[in-house]
Design a binder for this molecule. Structure first.
Ligand code: GLV
Ligand code: GLV
Length: 331
């Protein structure tokens, strides 16, 4: 008998098809978000789970699921996994990085450009039937080319964003927990490391790409926003909670910064209603990696991790490598 797998969210049928060669699947193509108790009851007797960031995996869940061996998220971010708890319960936890880097970098640019050039704001105005004449000074925005791009968080996605800046003759500055080596800085379009306050003061366009962690919570709050130029734009494609949304709304209202482009929010999908009243913000529903090709590649990658676990191989994107020493299987 094949081991059982819960596919906790709707995914591409071709990935289900390929997983069904190895696993007996419980699918959720209706894409219902399971509560913790529903998740527990569906996971009983399952070998593994394919999930997204909506599934919270912590000690309270795992203590009820002695048979569970692996959880694979179709995302690069894995703040929904308590890795220590996974290790404690002998559960392999994996993510789906890398295949989304370029697509996510494209989207960061899309948001930055839409924000700086007021693409969605002007479209809403046009759709509302307000366009009666062309005006010399309507919807004046900020240039992208020839300006300074600031990147907070210079991982693989940050570097992919930086590389694109060359074509726009931008100067790129970045801040990261640790400075990149010279080769990586060159690869990132010759990005220059600066302290965080210099980044905030100097960037004409700032893109936030740091992974979520407790330390990263409200990394951009009222004090940080106050350092930014009044003409600057801010883009967040990382995770809600890294930017303090209430502080950002205040700063956008008071025109302390010019505009923001946001793909992620605190408490999403229930975002702070203050955003909806503002014209100087571009809002998208957490879609930075959502191209057809990339979402398929991410799901295949998550599936590869599950198959590796099934075949007693170390999953290529194992997050809690400490768990290996706890598992008889890998000894
Ligand atoms: C999406 O937010 C991801 O982490 O992949
Ligand atoms: C994301 O920031 C990454 O390092 O891939």
């Amino acid at each position: 008998m094949k081991p059982k797998l819960l596919v906790a969210r709707a995914i591409a049928p071709e990935v289900l098809q390929s997983l069904s060669n190895c696993f007996e699947l419980e699918e959720n193509q209706a894409d219902i978000i399971f509560s913790e108790s529903e998740l527990v009851s569906r996971l009983r007797g399952k070998f593994g789970m394919l999930c997204t960031s909506s599934a919270k995996v912590d000690g309270s869940l795992l203590s009820q699921l002695p048979e569970l061996k692996v959880v694979a998220t179709i995302a690069v971010g894995y703040d929904n996994f308590d890795l220590n708890a996974c290790t404690e319960y002998g559960v392999l936890a994996t993510n789906a990085p890398d295949v989304l880097n370029e697509t996510t970098a494209d989207f960061a640019w899309a948001l930055m450009m839409a924000t700086a050039r007021r693409v969605t704001e002007s479209e809403h105005w046009l759709r509302a039937g307000k366009w009666e004449k062309w005006s010399y000074n309507a919807f004046l925005g900020a240039d992208i080319h020839g300006t300074t791009l600031g990147i907070l968080g210079m991982g693989r996605i940050g570097r992919a964003i930086a590389r694109r800046a060359r074509g726009f003759d931008m100067q790129v500055i970045y801040h990261n927990r640790s400075r990149l080596d010279k080769n990586l800085e060159l690869e990132a379009g010759g990005a220059t490391y600066v302290e965080k306050d210099v980044l905030l003061r100097t960037a004409d366009h700032l893109i936030v790409v740091v992974p979520y962690s407790a330390e990263a919570r409200h990394l951009i709050g009222a004090d940080e926003l106050a350092l930014m130029k009044p003409t600057a734009t801010l883009v967040n494609i990382a995770r809600g909670g890294i930017v303090d949304d209430a502080a950002l709304i205040q700063s956008l209202r008071d025109k302390k910064i010019a505009a923001a482009g946001l793909d992620v929010f605190e408490n999403e999908p229930r975002l702070n209603p203050g955003f909806l009243d503002l014209n100087n913000v571009v809002l998208t529903p957490h879609i930075a990696s959502a191209s057809h090709r990339t979402r398929l590649a991410m799901a295949h990658k998550a599936a590869e991790n599950l198959v590796a676990a099934l075949e007693r191989r170390v999953p290529p994107n194992l997050l809690n490598t400490d768990v290996l020493s706890r598992l008889q299987l890998w000894n």
